[in-house]
Design a protein around this ligand. Structure first.
Ligand SMILES: Cc1cc2nc3c(=O)[nH]c(=O)nc-3n(C[C@H](O)[C@H](O)[C@H](O)COP(=O)(O)O)c2cc1C
Length: 204
């Protein structure tokens, strides 16, 4: 049985390209994998509270006292457990200001935990999650996979690093780029990304 964890992280709601592409992938994958189970979070509609002085105690070994601290510790535990259980992680990642959305970064803040998803050794950090695949759908107004703006892409390397730090190294990136380059470019990008995802759903 295949357990699929889906993370949406757009603030655009119904207008989101990455959400649309994720829904398309989920439908295709479900049709070809009748025993698949899905756990899905739409962080745009249900944002996680950012780590702060209001909630951080209790997160890293100290006792949680306030309601916010207890909530953070419990939510982090739940999200880590979901990630541990998943065979396939599908992440919708809009580019905001050359990186990931704060919504997605906060999810990573909750799940990248020493002793749970990575640990430090005498030889450096080791990811503890093994045997998982990830598909990351990147939606971007501009073009970063090639050309002069490629050096400004702080999104894909960061996501690769964060997943890899937890041991998830089998990552496929699907990019919908040039979404702000006019209607034709936008339609073509969404169609191409959808086709790529259809092939991934069939092959996975
Ligand atoms: C706050 C904000 C910041 C953005 N920053 C960038 C950016 O740095 N580079 C870029 O190419 N597009 C940028 N965009 C455009 C989004 O990447 C684009 O709208 C994309 O479709 C977002 O994904 P979504 O449709 O799933 O929400 C930004 C959009 C917003 C709302």
């Amino acid at each position: 049985m295949s357990k699929v964890l889906i993370i949406k992280s757009s603030a655009a709601g119904n207008g989101s390209v990455s959400n649309q592409l994720i829904d398309q992938f989920r439908n295709s994958y479900a049709a070809g994998h009748l025993d698949a189970t899905f756990t899905e979070h739409d962080l745009g509609r249900h944002p996680l509270p950012a780590l702060s002085a209001l909630n951080l105690a209790g997160f890293a070994g100290t006792a949680a006292e306030s309601a916010d601290e207890v909530a953070l510790a419990e939510t982090s535990e739940k999200l880590v457990s979901e990630l541990e259980a998943a065979d396939l992680v599908v992440i919708g990642a809009p580019m905001y200001n050359f990186g990931v959305t704060a919504l997605l970064k906060t999810w990573f803040d909750y799940v990248l935990r020493a002793g749970r998803t990575f640990r430090y050794t005498e030889n450096g950090p080791v990811g503890l999650l093994k045997g998982k695949k990830a598909i990351v759908i990147e939606s971007r107004g501009g073009l970063y996979s090639e050309g002069p703006a490629a050096v400004m892409d702080s999104q894909e390397p960061h996501i690769r690093t964060m997943l890899g730090f937890a041991g998830i190294t089998d990552v496929t990136f699907v990019r919908a780029e040039k979404l702000a380059f006019g209607a034709d470019a936008r339609d073509a990008a969404i169609l191409a990304a959808g086709n790529d995802l259809g092939q991934l759903a069939a092959a996975a």
